[in-house]
Structures are given as structure tokens and as C-alpha cells.
Design a protein around this ligand. Structure first.
Ligand code: MLC
Ligand code: AMP
Length: 500
């Protein structure tokens, strides 16, 4: 079934029920969500986009951006969200790889978008601003308020979300209508969504966490969302007076804890705080409980399949763990031979289920490598089940840094640094950071012409070439990189040397 059809089947009978409550005071009802998403669906169809065609959107979070996502589902198109922080060259790669039938950009980047579209021979560009301005919304207004949602089979694609690749190039994770529906239904039930819930939505909508996990739960519940453009700790505290559920990455909780106003009284209206996308430090878990009397519910997931495990709503939410496999998801911890390990032993985490993605866009080889013969996806995370079935994430066997909930693949940054004049070689590592959890850190060896090279110079050279969250927060210089007998850089030694 079309995922939109499933969501709409849960919308409140009372069409005037609020769906989006925006910072400027606008309140958009579920009836408006239906009519607006119809307009966007009709616009895509009229523009000649067929089911299966991709729609790339690099836009700020807004009600209109959500209409576009839902309109895309309704027209059977495949939604491809892109972080607004991505630079021209990063976007060029995604457009070239996914070949969307429509690229929606921010108004201030329209000229750049048109150049990119021309270079990649894309047929259509529109712009959409944070306040709903731009040619896309202007065209949608002209469209009818009703649109027959296109039928889709379970295995048809609903979205492609790019995740960085270990080779430095991103891979597009193909998510089907079934993947998203299955995960949405399970989370809605597991986290006990109920009448009266109000979701405080401060996550970005270019990723799985904000776009699917948070939004689908609210829509399946017919609940209002306080739909905020970005996370702001003091504003979050104010809005929690009206909300019941909040979802965030650990950085949000670290920042909330810095607010003097975070007290039991301030969060008395809230019933549930969920954390994920990066490791939650035990001290954050404990401090939050001490200050608020509320226990964070930590869950674990990935772009390639939404959520895999969760701490329980009822029963003990155990700090330092990500809880139990969700209903419908098989989760196993295996050795190097893919054979399951007993509880207590550390191994590779693998997952299987209706939520697990259909593969990487146009990468059949890579897709095959990442699945076992019996259909489990290799997450690249290392973990251990305890005797009661709680899973703890122990580390990663992929070279990945997670900074403020955003993934950075060191290889991509190393390639960019190595290409700078005066650099012989580099290694990029993640070091503990009080706000972002991990901070991207570069360790650089100067080359023959590198006497004048400085950390500031390297940072300045990288800015503008890559999204800001990938740019190293610190640069250290060394004479040589430590290597093992195989010639591989020993990043653990660098982490030991430079942390603290
Ligand atoms: C922004 N900056 C970051 C950063 N975000 N640096 C490191 N890590 C980050 N995550 C940099 C900018 O480049 C800029 O640098 C400066 O910080 C200020 O930018 P900003 O946009 O004003 O920052 P801020 O609003 O404070 O954003 C930080 C943040 C945000 C943590 C609130 O990144 C965020 O909302 N992260 C959540 C991401 C997320 O949704 N992840 C889920 C992925 S899904 P300069 O130098 O230019 O000033 C997933 C699956 C799952 O992982 O399990 O959920
Ligand atoms: P992404 O590719 O952005 O979806 O990031 C997915 C990765 O985030 C996972 O493979 C994990 O490494 C990490 N992750 C998500 N949730 C958690 C969590 N609760 N604890 C530790 N790591 C997590």
C-alpha cells in the first residue's frame, strides 16, 4: 500500500484537528495537510514526473517541505532529502547519482541549482524557502485540492536517503513503502502513542530521525506537532509546557542539561523523552533523571532500516543499552563468521526485518556485500546482549565519526586534506567532545612544501568545499602517522595521544 494511504487512514475524523503548530503561530489542520499534500502531488504529476521518479529537496525545514514529502509519496515519486549544509560539489554528486526529475533548492541557491541541473541534464528546478516562499509553493497553489494517491506495491521505493560511504562517496539507501510503514507502525505502538499526545519536533527533516521516526509517529497518531525549524534548548523548555513527547540526539539532552530552567516542574507535562542517532553517555542519562525525574528512553537505528531496538516504555530503561529488538526486527550479534554469539560476548550487529532497506541505489555489488546469505544486514556496529536481552552498542567496525548525530566518514575528509598543497598525508579521527559527542579531528603530516601550513589554513581551505559539520574542529601536526605491520594507520593510538 502507499505509505501515505496508511498515514491518512489514521488522520483524525475531525479534519480541523491541528497537525502543525508553527513558530509564527500558524496552526495547520489535518484537513489542510491532506489538501496541501494533494496540491504538491498534483503538481508533480502535472510536471510530468512518473511514479518511481526521484524528487531531490535541499530545503530548510518548513510546513511546505513536509507537504512536498507527502505529495511525493502520493504521486508515487521517491523523496530524496538533502542536508541544506551540503556544498555545491556535494550536491552535484547526489544529483548526478540519483538523477531526480525535480530538484527543489533554497531560493538563495537557485542560480547554483540551475547550473547544477544543467550540468546533470535534470529537467526541472524549483525553489522553496523557509517561510514557504518560492516557485514551488507558488505553483502548488494553482493546483486542485484533491488528488488520487497513486497505488504503490510494498516493494516500491518511497525514499532514497544518502549515507556517507567509507570510500568517501555517499551511498543512497533505498527505502520502500513497506520499510517505512512497518517501522512507523511498530514505533507508534511500542512508544505508546495515545490520544492527547503532542510531539515537540525540533529535529531536522533531511534524515531518518526527524523525517520518518518522529513525523510518522505523530501522523499515525493524528497528533499535533510543534514543528520548529531547529533545536533550541531554551525554546524547547518553553514548548515542553504544551508537549508530551520529545525526540532528540544526545547533543540536545546535553544542551538541555545546561539550562537552569530544566527542572521537574518544567517537564511535568511531558510523558516521554527519546534519545538516539549517537551514543548517549551514561552521565547524561543519569543527570537527566536526577534533574527531571524522567528516564530517557534510548533506542538504536540507522538510515538503512529505521529503528532496530528500543528500551521499553514500561519496565526498566537501562542506561548504557539500547534495549530490546523491536517486534518484527531480528537482531543478532555474530562473530567474524556470521555465526551468532551467546549473550555476554561482543560481536557484529546484524538486522533483518520488513523495516530493513532494499539496498543501495545502483550499487548491487555493495548491497550484496552488506547482506549475509540468510538476509541479515551488516550494520557495522559492534554490540553485546546481556543475559536479560538488552543490547549495548560497544563500538563500530566501520571508520565513522558521529558528530551531533551527523555521520562523518574520515576517508572523505582525509582525501580532501591530502589534496591540499603542502600536505603529505593525514588521518581523521573522532575525539570525545562535550557538545557533539565526538569532534572531527585531523592529524596531518607536512610534506616538503608544507612549512607554512597551519591548522587554521587547513580549516579555511575545507570550509566551502564540504558541509560545516564535516570540517575538523581541531588540527594536529605530527612527523609520522603510526602504522601497524600491514601499513594501516593505527587510529586508536592517535585517539589515545590526542584525547584530553
Ligand atoms: C552544526 N555544526 C556542527 C554540527 N551541526 N558541527 C559538528 N557537528 C554537528 N552536528 C557546525 C556548523 O557547521 C557551524 O559551524 C556551527 O556548528 C553552527 O551551526 P548551527 O547549524 O547553528 O549549529 P546548531 O544549530 O547548534 O546544530 C547542532 C545540532 C544539529 C546538534 C543541533 O547538528 C542537529 O540538529 N543535529 C541532529 C542531526 C540528526 O537529526 N541526526 C539524525 C540522523 S538519522 P561554522 O564553523 O560554520 O560556524 C540517524 C538514524 C538514527 O542517525 O538512529 O536516528
Ligand atoms: P545513520 O547512518 O546516520 O543512520 O547513523 C546510524 C548509526 O548511528 C548507527 O549505525 C550507529 O552507529 C549510530 N547510532 C544510532 N543510534 C545509536 C545509539 N542509540 N547508540 C549508539 N549509536 C547509535
Amino acid at each position: 500500500m502507499n505509505l501515505y494511504g496508511l498515514l491518512a487512514s489514521r488522520f483524525p475524523a475531525e479534519g480541523e484537528a491541528p497537525c502543525l503548530i508553527l513558530p509564527d503561530g500558524r496552526r495547520l489542520s489535518y484537513a489542510e495537510l491532506e489538501s496541501q499534500s494533494a496540491r504538491y502531488g498534483a503538481l508533480l504529476a502535472e510536471a510530468g514526473l512518473a511514479p518511481g521518479d526521484r524528487v531531490a529537496a535541499q530545503v530548510e525545514k518548513s510546513a511546505e517541505a513536509l507537504f512536498l514529502y507527502l505529495g511525493c509519496l502520493r504521486a508515487g515519486c521517491v523523496f530524496l532529502p538533502l542536508n541544506p549544509a551540503y556544498t555545491r560539489s556535494e550536491v552535484a554528486f547526489f544529483l548526478d547519482d540519483a538523477r531526480p526529475g525535480l530538484f527543489v533548492c533554497a531560493p538563495e541557491r537557485l542560480e547554483e541549482a540551475q547550473e547544477l541541473a544543467w550540468a546533470s541534464r535534470l529537467p526541472l528546478v524549483h525553489d522553496l524557502g523557509a517561510r514557504g516562499e518560492g516557485s514551488l509553493a507558488a505553483a502548488a497553489v494553482q493546483m486542485p485540492e484533491t488528488f488520487a494517491t497513486v497505488e504503490r506495491a510494498d516493494g516500491d521505493l518511497a525514499s532514497i536517503v544518502y549515507t556517507s560511504g567509507t570510500t568517501g562517496r555517499s551511498k543512497g539507501a533505498m527505502l520502500t513503502h513497506r520499510n517505512l510503514a512497518a517501522n512507523g507502525l511498530v514505533l507508534h505502538k511500542y512508544w505508546g502513542f495515545r490520544p492527547g499526545d503532542v510531539l515537540l519536533h525540533m529535529l531536522p527533516t533531511f534524515h531518518v530521525h526527524g523525517l520518518f521516526v518522529a513525523t510518522h509517529c505523530a501522523l499515525l497518531n493524528g497528533s499535533p506537532m510543534l514543528f520548529e525549524p531547529k533545536f533550541d534548548a531554551s525554546r524547547a523548555l518553553r514548548l515542553m509546557q504544551e508537549a508530551t513527547v520529545f525526540m532528540g540526539v544526545p547533543t540536545y539532552y546535553v544542551r538541555l542539561l545546561q539550562e537552569k530552567g530544566l527542572t521537574r516542574e518544567a517537564v511535568a507535562h511531558m510523558r516521554l523523552f527519546i534519545s538516539g542517532s549517537a551514543p548517549l553517555l551514561p552521565e547524561t542519562f543519569s543527570a537527566f533523571r536526577e534533574r527531571t525525574g524522567q528516564t530517557l528512553l534510548e533506542r538504536y537505528g540507522m538510515t538503512e532500516g529505521g529503528m532496530f531496538t528500543s528500551n521499553p516504555l514500561e519496565g526498566e530503561r537501562r542506561g548504557g543499552t539500547v534495549g530490546f529488538p523491536l517486534p518484527g526486527t531480528d537482531v543478532r550479534v555474530v562473530g567474524d563468521d556470521d555465526a551468532p554469539l551467546p549473550a555476554g560476548e561482543i560481536g557484529h550487529i546484524q538486522v533483518r526485518g520488513d523495516n530493513v532497506f532494499a539496498g543501495y541505489w545502483q550499487m548491487p555489488e555493495k548491497t550484496r556485500e552488506e547482506f549475509t546469505p540468510d538476509g541479515f544486514f551488516r550494520t557495522g556496529d559492534m554490540g553485546r546482549f546481556d543475559s536479560e536481552g538488552y543490547l549495548a552498542i560497544i563500538g563500530r567496525d566501520k571508520d565513522l565519526i558521529i558528530s551531533g548525530g551527523l555521520n562523518v566518514y574520515p576517508k572523505e575528509i582525509e582525501e580532501a586534506i591530502d589534496a591540499l598543497p603542502g600536505v603529505a598525508e593525514s588521518a581523521v579521527i573522532g575525539l570525545p567532545h562535550p557538545d557533539f559527542g565526538e569532534a572531527v579531528t585531523a592529524v596531518v603530516v607536512r610534506g616538503r612544501e608544507g612549512a607554512g601550513l597551519t591548522g587554521e589554513g587547513i580549516v579555511a581551505a575545507l570550509k566551502g568545499r564540504m558541509a560545516g559539520f564535516k570540517v575538523p574542529k581541531a588540527v594536529h601536526f605530527v612527523d609520522d602517522l603510526p602504522r601497524n605491520a600491514m601499513g594501516k594507520v593505527q587510529k586508536n593510538l592517535l585517539r589515545q595521544r590526542f584525547s584530553g
